[in-house]
Design a protein around this ligand. Structure first.
Ligand code: KG4
Ligand code: ZN
Length: 341
């Protein structure tokens, strides 16, 4: 089974071709064009501009991915596309383009929830290394921080999520306060390497609440207050690095606390992490250490960093476990899709 997956929910335009066989799921090609360098000039994403770039790049990206996989459209068994959530202009570019291709190539169309797609980056592997159910899934991206209990494919229970900003959003907003460019997560984590995470005492909201929710907006406010009240000299590399390390640590601590609680509460033996923030090395190292401390053995799955951030491969991967729509033309972009129903 060969699926072409397309992702255009934010500032990336990505198309990938994946094959599922007895061995598992493997990538034949995965092309990603990003307008992030352009967006970084403005300190964040301008939705109109992102969509305009995607209109220009979607067909070349699809052609490139077919070329790299040495395949023709007739070799593809189905087409998968992100239906939401995301920026409406960006989603429309992907959904409308793939509806037309599904009709003209006469292929089944499989709409994929972007958030589910992120988790399925963990299934791009040999069968023996794919997650097993039940497992807890933590999604940490620019727009979402969600904990779910997966019981089977397409069968999950929502456990909790952020009440305000997402973990990636918090990285990005703090980075902006520090004068760093977008996207802020990778920049903060790079500077944090030489910083002391204990330098500044930043809040870990909801740490003791008996739920599986997160809250990150107070962290951003605490950083803003700290910079002004203490008149921090951010041009000093060490001051900046110490603050970055403290921010990173506060986010990691909150994520680990609630995720470990969810694992224990649900009595699972596997944890899958996904989303752009999962590309953070310190986060995955600290998760591995925290799981080591638990009485039961927990297997941790994290995708390679290029499959943590938005990509078409994760959309194709999820599509192997979903059904096509009856009529491709009925598919609609839905910017408000969520996991919490
Ligand atoms: O999953 P993603 O590519 O897009 C969304 O679906 O939102 O996630 C992007 C987010 C951004 O907020 C970015 O700052 C964050 O992931 N990110 C990181 C790292 N790499 C990307 N955050 C922390 N450390 C990183 N290394
Ligand atoms: Zn994403």
């Amino acid at each position: 089974m060969i699926i072409l997956g397309v992702e255009t929910s934010c500032d990336e335009t990505s198309a990938a071709i994946l094959e599922q066989n007895e061995q598992g799921i493997q990538i034949l090609s995965n092309i990603i064009a990003s307008s992030a360098p352009l967006q970084s000039k403005f300190g964040g994403i301008i939705p109109e501009q992102a969509a305009r770039e995607q209109i220009k790049s979607i067909i070349p990206v699809i052609n490139e991915t077919l070329k790299e996989a040495h395949l023709r459209p007739e070799d593809v068994d189905a087409i998968a596309v992100t239906e939401g959530p995301g920026l409406i202009g960006s989603l429309l570019v992907g959904v409308e383009t793939m509806k037309v291709l599904a009709e003209t190539w006469q292929k089944p169309l499989i709409p994929v929830n972007h958030l589910i797609g992120h988790y399925y980056a963990n299934w791009i592997n040999n069968k023996s290394n794919q997650p097993q159910f039940p497992c807890v899934g933590l999604l940490v991206s620019g727009g979402h921080s969600d904990l779910v209990l997966f019981k089977d494919h397409s069968q999950f229970e929502y456990l909790g999520g952020t009440r305000d900003d997402a973990a990636g959003e918090c990285f990005d907003k703090c980075a902006r306060l520090l004068g760093l460019s977008y996207p802020g997560g990778p920049q903060i984590s790079k500077l944090a390497i030489i910083g002391d995470p204990k330098s500044y005492n930043l809040p870990r909201p909801l740490n003791d609440s008996r739920d599986f929710d997160f809250s990150f907006s107070g962290l951003k406010t605490a950083v803003a207050t700290l910079i002004t009240k203490q008149d921090l000299y951010l041009s000093d590399q060490q001051v900046l690095a110490n603050l970055c390390a403290s921010i990173e640590q506060a986010i990691i601590d909150s994520l680990i606390k609630k995720t470990v609680a969810a694992i224990q509460n649900c009595h699972v033996e596997q944890l899958i992490i996904a989303g752009g923030v999962a590309a953070n090395k310190k986060l995955t190292e600290e998760f591995a250490e925290a799981l080591e401390q638990l009485p039961q053995k927990i297997k941790l799955f994290v995708p390679p960093s290029n499959l943590c951030t938005d990509n078409g491969a994760m959309i194709a991967s999820a599509a192997f476990y979903l059904k096509p729509v009856k009529n491709a033309l009925d598919t609609q972009a839905n910017p408000n899709l969520s996991l919490a129903y």
